[in-house]
Write a protein of this length. Structure first.
Length: 117
């Protein structure tokens, strides 16, 4: 079955960095666009960054210049490098896969990122 497993979350001080990973199994990873979304308490889930199967990227305005999404098709893994973290980045971060040819969607269960001093 399909699994998207996020890791790398935790507690970090403002200005710090974290790298999230999302390991995929049960899908043809290279045929999927991948994305990172986040949901803060009391707020709707929102797009953070996405990367197409071809490697094109786009970012939410709130994270441009601070976060970088990348993928390694040999490891079936997508990454989110997060620098200059702010308290408002605190959220559960979710990995999403969208299959190219039919837009079938899969979600991971999320990893918590807390930015606090």
């Amino acid at each position: 079955q399909v699994q998207l497993v996020e890791s790398g979350g935790g507690l970090v001080q403002p200005g710090g960095s974290l790298r999230l990973s999302c390991a995929a199994s049960g899908i043809i990873f290279s045929n999927n666009a991948m994305g990172w979304y986040r949901q803060a308490p009391g707020k709707q889930r929102e797009l953070v960054a996405r990367i197409s199967s071809g490697g094109s990227t786009n970012y939410a305005d709130a994270v441009k210049g601070r976060f970088t999404i990348s993928r390694d098709n040999t490891k079936n893994t997508v990454y989110l490098q997060m620098n200059s973290l702010k308290p408002e980045d605190t959220a559960v971060y979710y990995c999403k896969a969208v299959r190219d040819y039919d837009a079938l969607i899969y979600w991971g269960k999320g990893t918590l990122v807390t930015v606090s001093s």
